[in-house]
Design a protein around this ligand. Structure first.
Ligand code: FES
Length: 157
């Protein structure tokens, strides 16, 4: 058994060796998504490993490539769907923000004040800054943003 700790609330969770980090987060109801189905193609499972990086399997070239185009990625970034826990002492923190999966989901937030940045699900780019009231006229400029997996960097507004 291994343990990982979440920086947000300092809670820990036990898991079997070689468990995907993403699975441990989801089992602990940490608000991560897996828009690409765990294929290493999106930003929604992005985490910062704040301790115990050596207790995770190394990042593959594919993961490194995905992280290289991810807004907000740092040297301690990992895609949690690609990292398996093989040792103790792993601590993770989530990027500040909420991922939306489509323009329709963004529209559903009209009239609400964002408590955190609203992020693109593939690139991690900030679509709406924190503490803004989402109004239709301000998000219409995002109508042509491409939310699809696999088309990173194309058809962007
Ligand atoms: S779920 Fe998409 S990269 Fe991990």
């Amino acid at each position: 058994m291994r343990q990982i700790k979440f920086r947000a609330d300092q809670s820990t969770v036990s898991l079997q060796t070689d468990t995907r980090l993403l699975d441990a987060l989801l089992a602990h109801q940490v608000p991560v998504k897996m828009v690409c189905g765990g294929r290493g193609l999106c930003a929604t499972c992005h985490v910062y490993v704040t301790a115990g990086e050596a207790s995770l399997t190394p990042a593959s070239q594919r993961e490194q490539l995905a992280l290289s185009v991810l807004t907000g990625a740092q040297s301690n970034s990992r895609l949690s769907c690609q990292a398996r826990v093989i040792g103790d002492g792993v601590e993770v923190a989530l990027p500040d923000g909420m991922y939306v999966e489509s323009f329709t989901e963004l529209e559903s937030l009209i009239g609400q004040r964002t408590s955190m940045p609203i992020l693109h699900p593939v690139t991690g780019e900030t679509l709406v800054e924190a503490n803004k009231i989402i109004i239709r006229s301000s998000i219409m400029q995002l109508k042509d943003v491409d939310f699809s997996i696999g088309d990173v960097g194309t058809s962007r507004a």
